[in-house]
Design a protein around this ligand. Structure first.
Ligand code: F6P
Length: 361
């Protein structure tokens, strides 16, 4: 009898926990079907590998020793969903080629590990008739329909460590430190690490700030004898005026003013208004590096094993999720075009306000 063939790819920005999830899915398949009855095909560099038939046969030993490894053993690439159905200069019909690779590799199903863009393409392929199962990855935690994505909690731990370290130097120098945390659209990572790291001011895209209120919060701390302040600022934070603009217009205006994100501008504005020495810090991709936390290893293993169960049940067109602490799944079509934003009345926002954190609004 022909072996069951399972394709796996990781797409979009990497994060800790990708390998742990791959391992969970592979080991789950070997357990459920038998090592000699299933073959795992590793698709290299995300959808790029699926388009260009860049695939390798994996052996059970390939999944050993990768639980703790950061990044992804399969490689990853950003292939923007917007361009998937567009024929570009290379004349490649990407959707046709992906279906062709699936057929040529004789895949029975495809596991796609990724964020919102990855899920959109996964849904597209599912609508095209492929057997697809998604697995929700991103440090941004912004995939709709799941309490949490793998990679998020590790990034929260790293960002919190950054804030802790900045805290000591901020105190020694009596400085205002503006720390930029990744997250372009959603502020989950900034909110969680800001609260965990004891930030005084937390600015996220979902709550546009007023710079006067931010300055006032810093001044009030100084009046109370606290001559340092810590700001956790999401990469995608914007002020109230910018919030009125379309993203393109906002980025254009920022670029003209010499900024890519709001962080440096906020630091200059605070220094100018208060006279306090202010510094901006950008940990950037450090937040996506290294080994997954224990929490993420467990979550990734649960998610991967669930994907194997879905294959066994023949339940395709779904993405794995955790809802109210229980592992479940959502239809890809329900998840594909949505983003999970921080709501202004989120419990953690309320908690933050209740302990005096300023959200700059
Ligand atoms: O989606 C994860 C993420 O790290 C975002 O927080 C960030 O805006 C983006 O990826 C950075 O992308 P890149 O690695 O392509 O610079």
């Amino acid at each position: 009898m022909a072996k069951l063939k399972v394709g796996i790819l990781t797409s979009g920005g990497d994060c800790p926990g990708l390998n742990a999830t791959i391992r969970g899915a592979a080991k789950g398949c070997y357990e459920l079907f038998g090592e000699d009855k299933v073959e795992i095909i590793g698709i290299q560099n995300g959808y790029h590998g699926l388009i260009h038939n860049d695939c390798i046969k994996m052996k059970p030993s390939d999944f050993s020793g990768i639980l703790t490894r950061g990044g992804t053993i399969l490689g990853t690439k950003r292939t923007p969903y917007k361009m998937m159905q567009v024929i570009e200069e290379d004349k490649v019909d990407k959707v046709k080629e992906m279906k062709q690779t699936y057929k040529e590799q004789k895949l029975d199903c495809l596991l796609t590990l990724g964020g919102n863009g990855t899920h959109k393409t996964a849904n597209l392929l599912s609508e095209e008739g492929l057997n697809v199962i998604g697995l929700p990855k991103t440090i941004d935690n912004d995939i709709w329909g799941t309490d949490v994505t793998f990679g998020f909690h590790t990034a929260v731990d790293i960002a919190t460590d950054v804030i802790d370290r900045i805290h000591t130097t901020a105190t020694s120098h009596s400085r205002v430190m503006v720390i930029e945390i990744m997250g372009n659209k959603a502020g989950w990572l900034t909110l969680f690490s800001g609260v965990a790291g004891g930030a005084d001011i937390v600015l996220i895209p979902e709550i546009p700030y007023d710079i006067k209120k931010v300055v006032k919060a810093v001044e009030e701390r100084a009046e109370a004898g606290k001559f340092f302040s810590i700001l956790a600022v999401a990469e995608g934070a914007m002020d109230k005026d910018e919030a009125e603009l379309k993203r393109k217009e906002r980025m254009k205006l920022r670029a003209e003013a010499g900024y890519t994100t709001a962080t440096n501008r906020i630091a200059s504005q605070i220094q100018l208004a208060t006279g306090f020495e202010t510094r901006a810090v950008v940990p950037g991709h450090m937040l996506r590096g290294g080994s997954p936390s224990a929490y993420d290893r467990v979550l990734a293993t649960k998610f991967g094993a669930r994907a194997a169960e879905l294959i066994k049940k023949g339940k395709f067109g779904y993405t794995v999720a955790q809802v109210d602490g229980k592992i479940t799944e959502n239809k890809l079509c329900d998840v594909a075009m949505k983003t999970k934003f921080v709501l202004p009345d989120d419990e953690l926002v309320i908690t933050g306000r209740n302990i005096g954190i300023s959200f700059g609004d």
